[in-house]
Write a protein of this length. Sequence first.
Length: 451
Amino acid sequence: MKIVIVGAGVVGESLCSELSEEGNDVILIEKREEVLNRIIDTNDITGLVGNGASYENLFEAGADKADVFIAVTEADELNIISCIIAQKIGAKYTIARVRNPEYSADKKFVREGLGISMMINPEEEAAKSIMNKLKFPNATSVDSIFSNRATILELEITKESSLKGIMLKDLDKVTSEKIIIFIVKRGNEVFIPSGNFVLEEDDSIYVTGTSDAVVKFYNEMGYQHKNINSAMLIGGGTISHYLTERLLKIKKQVKIIESDRERAEKLSRSYPNAIVIKGDETDQELLLNEGIKNYDAVLALTDKDEENIVISMFAESVNEGKVITKMSRTLLLPILEEKGLYSVIVPKKVIADIIIRVVRSKINVKGSKMNTLHRLVDNNIEAIVFEVSPQSKIIGIPLKDLKVISDLLIVCILRDEELIYPGGDDIIQAKDKVMIVTLKRTIEDIDDILE
């Protein structure tokens, strides 16, 4: 595929790296020549120095022939204008990163009136991800599949867990719920386990099932499923705006600490049912006086990574609830893991993952459509949902007779409204939505699972 990317920030560089590795023809437009040259030197891409909203520059970069055009500069207006021009001159699919809530309010107008195929807001997507984490306070990560019909949880097996020492084929001895454990991380090793796999203490497991089944399993296994009824948001930026709106909508108590008077006053006007305090977010005495110990969740959401780390460490020392840390730079993530701060949200990584997912779904337009792509275990494993084409080679063959590649598992099938966890005698039908997990990064069509 021919892909044009405007903007060489963290997201743009990540997209260049991953999309070029997958064999796409990637062209990067960036006004800072030294930044552009550095990314060209480390990735198999071409580049153009200049303004990404320039008609001439877009033509020179080949945006008129682009299968996907992506604008991810720091300026909303530039991203919007770039996508409008690209679409007008012939780009097939356009994606704009837009942070300002005012611009992303009417997405239907954006698609139909401006011709931008997708407008993506990192802070809004981060807020959605945080809301998922708050549903399962003891889960390391949470995701949804099949349009929220099913949930994926990452859980750690504790010393007291009834899962410790269980062989996966005997899972029904400890739970009555229809769930499947489809990935196990043990130390530095990652497994797509068979039925004979035995779980051990400190394993990280990925579990999926219907949303109801996962909730019941989560409770049944003894994980603390304390409802999050109150949240302290430390930092009043755009993520806090989206998060406060969502939390208040479901009747949660919200307190926001923000040092900037203008931001604090704006939040107070926008959300009269939230408590907004103007004060230094890193002032531990202030946080104690404002009751940080008593909130079910504490979220460090300032604009500075270092502040968020310090705030999170302090919150962990005085609060037994859920602590979530916002990070801008992925280089600091190993430090957080060493300190035990595992619940981290990286908005730029969230949207890079979403954009990769969209681009991959555009690659194979004739075969089985890739509905969603989830990259798990530090991007080492992909969970992919395909909508099976009537021309697929896997239709009508019992799964036990399918000769599939190694390190791959057919996890579940959505047929109409029914979620099926298949056995060897089950078959796949046309229009089924099938979720697979694999260590391979070359699966673009459901038929690619065959040897």
